[in-house]
Design a protein around this ligand. Sequence first.
Ligand SMILES: [Zn+2]
Length: 402
Amino acid sequence: MSERASESSAQRRPHGHRRCDACGEAELEVFGDLGEIPVLCGVHWADRDEAAHSPVGQMTLAACPACGYVRNVAFDPAVMVYDTTMDTNLHHSPAFQAFSAELCKRLADRYDLRGKRVLDVGCGQGEFLRELCHVGGATGHGFDAMYAGPAGPDPSGAVLHSGYAPRGAALPEYDLFTTRHWFEHLDDPYEFLVDLRLRANGRVVHGYIEVPDAGYDLSTAGWEVIYPHVSYFDAYALAKIVERAGWTVEDSGTFFHGMFRYIEISANKAASGATAALLTDRDRTLAAVAGFAARHHDERERWEQRIAQLVADGANPVMWGAGSRGVQFLTLADRTRQLAAVVDVNPRKWGRYLPVTAHRVEAPERLSELRPKAVIITNPAYRTEIAAQLAALGVDAELLVA
Ligand SMILES: [Zn+2]
């Protein structure tokens, strides 16, 4: 084993000492143990047995007392492999699409992208990069191991690559880099940022990073804590990691009911010094961290009992939404498959099985036969949408938000 490899595996020891990836000022302290959870939480199987025996990984959450950065210190990058069979694309949601369209216009104006070069790391199926190049009159390169489309260049000016973005000199030159819902998947987020800054070679460049907001994700029982998410950032921890990597914070904010957080940064420009204003975020995250273990334990127990009670009452409880959060809820609260059904609007999931718990996913129409009296959802953002769909199916059920 090389010196470097032994160093990094020592860093990953669940209860070993690991210095904060974000601020580098303190050691991470363990505060939550979710046990073994599905690694491939966005994948579904044709065979129930294969689903039941799909890989699991240990989730041990630790937080930095100085900046509020949170990480799974048991994360093993060797088991978390991305490929073109996976699809964690958020672009299926109309609300997300609307935000993306607005964001393209804003970034194009703010950074005067005409004739400039964009680098999109974790580009998914390329929807965002294509639109950004089109709207801004820019060209760009996108990288994603899950990208399953043709290689570019396409008419928008975007070249899409199926594979991880290279590091160092192999990375294309850029004026603006964007990375949406990928940064939190990285084993080495700090090195990633340093590498991007060095690639700028002293030129003025900008960056846009978007992640799930840690303050939101850690306020629940852990339904939002999934194996592919190695890091959990709020605005303060994000600011600390970008500054330590030599970047300057330009702006930060949330959208999508506070579930998502973005930060805009620059390199080789005068400093803006926005970090201090983000301290309240750190305090909110540290409060969520302090209450996490008890909340996790209580909520898991409460939902197990609630489901058992609903079954005993003949309410035929079901869950709506078989995304990664739904999978995590089932893993924590319905391992023994007491629910009458799990439904999802995505037809590609119908008749297939979810990882580890092996729940079978069915079409929402199934609910017209089952007539459940209780429908559990894990994402409050879809409450109105799902209520309308239930009404259309003639299902009169109580909507329970986990
Ligand atoms: Zn820290």
